[in-house]
Ligand binder design. Sequence first.
Ligand code: ADP
Ligand code: MG
Length: 243
Amino acid sequence: MIELTGVTKSFGTLEVLHDVDLTVPAGSVTVIIGPSGSGKSTLLRCINHLEKVDRGRVRVDGELIGYRRVGNKLHELSERHILKQRANIGFVFQTFNLFPHMTALQNVLEAVGKQAEPRGRELLARVGLADKVDAYPRQLSGGQQQRVAIARALALDPKLVLFDEPTSALDPELVGEVLDVMRDLAQAGTTMVVVTHEIGFAREVADTVVFLDEGRLVEQGPPSEVLDNPQHERTRAFLSKVL
Ligand code: ADP
Ligand code: MG
């Protein structure tokens, strides 16, 4: 479903991603772990072209993201085409990013329009918020707001959903309800890439765990290998801090 080849990205003179290759099969869950500043968010943002890669390619469902090939040259797609590609890729942010003046249901329908209201209600029910459709974000807990954000990410029926530290801004007692929703999505076969420090979730739900350090993909494999038997010293050092 996702194929990154040789993805390299710099901000000024700072190289944030170095030659990253990553394949995410349809229906699988990939968890990305790594220290703060290692490039995790940038990697997610490159997948939906919120950041442009300097070198390398991003493909989603076989389609080149952000560019079209003309002869042997790549031309950046128009904004309209980029938005169309992005509609296939749900994105859940650390800070929810709901519209404060819209109800939960209006937030979910924001990108799809009113005609999708039955679907919006169904999605809110799916994340356990059937009774909160008319609540405004300020009337919801952080965990409820993040579940609205997940319902919103699903509204366009995306081919995959990217999560950038979806529980990092939550009080500890609210983390579980969001992880439960994510676990349900995974069980339903949603293709997911999740940046998180929730190692328990990674161990239980991930098909693949990827360790990123200083913009390099240091290690990847099933949780039983990367988390329980890491091959690299840097992975071991990181895990000893978060476990
Ligand atoms: P992580 O999500 O792993 O904490 P990020 O991908 O957010 O890491 O950032 C990786 C590095 O890139 C950091 O050093 C960060 O300061 C830098 N960075 C991220 N976005 C920008 C930007 N828009 N402009 C300049 N530097 C950035
Ligand atoms: Mg980040």
